[in-house]
Design a protein around this ligand. Structure first.
Ligand SMILES: Nc1ncnc2c1ncn2[C@@H]1O[C@H](COP(=O)(O)OP(=O)(O)OP(=O)(O)O)[C@@H](O)[C@H]1O
Length: 483
């Protein structure tokens, strides 16, 4: 459903907008401060933001760049009490869709909103959808942005620079770009610049003739040549010595090079994807990386987010990887106890997806033949860190705050339902009874979690009678203490 966010401190105006937007069949959310609006944008998909200029905690125009950079990259319409030509100019330069001065007519507001939404729809339809992303898991807005870039990179031939912390999937994304590109029928060649000495890196990249240096007892084809027609993936490019950066820049420009000890040049039509977890701009400033090479590398820049900033993906990644382990070990699929996921989401994952997969494999092995994975199966160092962090957080937060999870409860119910449905039914649409059953179960689990199992709050929020609530728990086999 299309979501419209109104950031305005005029409560009466917000109510008028809510009714206008509601009549257009869109969801409308209001925020009366910049902070409340930004918090909502950080965790939710928003299509259009109506933004006031003078707000109690700051100026809307100053906050515009941050609002435009929110994960869902919303369109922005400025709706201000004071018309100001300079402000309008500033806003348009900042990429706003429209600049309206209050009071505006209903017709004008509707028209502006409809146009912004139409533009957004067209913009989103531009993304190629035929990508094969079978091995990449992620539904968070930041990952969806990465998929859009993968799609653009796959249809182009330009250099790609992938940055991100260790274990965020740089190699996986590089391979995915290659496999979705016109070069897929040729080699995907990996060179790890960090693991080779300067001399070895040079001969690995460009090849050498027999006898070119001590130990060169046979001709060797360089990996740049092996990547002819395909993709060369330079991992840890920040570790490439300056002397090789110079020769490599020439190879990138001319697509020809001379193997060590050979007089004739060799050509190679390769596409370069480079990756690093280092800050190349900083390295350029310190004279450790060539600026001209950096400019060449980042024709397309894909920045992979750390796992701790997209905790909504942890559950799907875990289900994907444990299913894969079950298949590999030839055992029936395993289920998960709710606390298992809670512990995973409460941990910070400094080693990102690689660390998550290692931990899951340990838990999988510990669980032996049992058909469910419990938090107890996780390595004790993780459980201890989570327990300590939760204790510190609990003493400072409200009882309703779930550890490590910043999504609103309704989003959690919906995303849990979606995950369960896709797990059980794949692409098939379930019967309505089955679907309702799953949704009902997720609602109950979230309700218990949100209230910490407090019966009075449960009845207040849900409107259920005690007996009805306990009948439902029994039917769904949910125990209030373990959930
Ligand atoms: N979004 C994802 N979906 C599924 N698997 C993922 C995802 N991201 C990473 N992985 C898996 O995590 C592991 C680490 O990924 P990868 O080696 O690509 O990370 P990296 O960023 O290149 O790490 P490093 O910087 O240490 O070289 C791999 O097993 C990869 O398949």
């Amino acid at each position: 459903m299309t979501t419209i966010l109104i950031i305005d401190d005029d409560i009466e105006f917000c109510e008028t907008m809510e009714s206008l937007v509601g009549r257009m069949d869109h969801r409308c959310v209001t925020a009366h401060t910049l902070k409340a609006g930004s918090d909502f944008l950080a965790g939710n998909d928003v299509d259009v933001v109506f933004l006031d200029v003078r707000l109690p905690d700051g100026n809307g125009l100053t906050a515009l760049p941050l609002i435009k950079k929110a994960p869902s990259e919303p369109e922005v319409i400025i709706l201000t009490g004071q018309g100001d030509p300079d402000g309008a100019e500033l806003a348009i330069q900042g990429g706003v869709w429209d600049y309206l001065v209050k009071p505006t007519s209903i017709k004008q507001t509707r028209l502006s909103l409809s146009r912004a939404l139409k533009y957004r729809q067209e913009k989103q339809a531009e993304t190629p959808v035929a990508l094969n992303l079978d091995n990449i898991i992620g539904v968070s807005p930041s990952m969806r942005k990465c998929f859009d870039l993968v799609a653009k990179a796959a249809v182009s031939n330009s250099q790609v620079l992938i940055t991100g912390e260790t274990g965020t999937g740089k190699e996986l994304f590089a391979r995915t770009i290659h496999e979705n590109s016109a070069r897929a029928g040729h080699n995907f060649v990996i060179v790890d610049c960090a693991s080779l000495t300067e001399t070895l890196l040079e001969s690995t990249l460009f090849g050498h003739r027999k006898g070119a240096f001590t130990g060169a007892d046979a001709d060797r084809t360089g990996l740049v040549k092996v990547a002819d027609g395909g993709t060369l993936f330079l991992d840890e490019v920040g570790d490439m010595p300056l002397s090789i950066q110079r020769s490599f820049l020439r190879v990138l420009q001319e697509k020809r090079f001379r193997p060590v000890g050979q007089t004739q040049e060799v050509t190679s039509n390769f596409r370069l994807i480079a990756a690093t977890n280092r800050n190349l701009e900083e390295m350029v400033e310190k004279g450790q990386f060539r600026r001209d090479l950096l400019f060449r590398l980042w024709a397309v820049h894909l920045e992979l987010p750390p796992l701790r900033s997209r905790k909504g993906d942890i559950k799907r990644l875990a289900m994907f990887f444990v299913d894969h382990l079950c298949e590999e070990y030839g055992v029936p699929n395993k289920g998960f106890d709710a606390e298992f996921f809670e512990t995973l989401s409460a941990y910070d994952w400094p080693g990102n997806v690689r660390e998550l997969f290692n931990v899951l494999e340990m838990a999988f092995i510990t669980s032996g033949r049992t058909t469910t994975l419990y938090a107890m199966d996780l390595p004790s160092n993780i459980r201890i860190k989570v327990a300590k962090a939760t204790l510190t957080r609990d003493s400072a937060s409200t009882p309703e705050a779930a550890p490590g999870d910043t999504n609103p409860p309704v989003s959690r119910i919906l995303s849990e339902t979606e995950a369960q449905v896709s797990r059980h039914f794949g692409n098939r649409i379930p019967e309505i009874k089955e679907f309702k059953g799953i949704m009902e179960e997720q609602y109950l689990r979230e309700l218990i979690r949100h209230t910490g199992g407090n019966a009075k709050k449960i009845m207040q929020i849900s409107g259920l009678s005690k007996s009805h609530f306990y009948t439902l728990l029994k039917k769904k086999e949910i125990s209030i203490s373990s959930d």
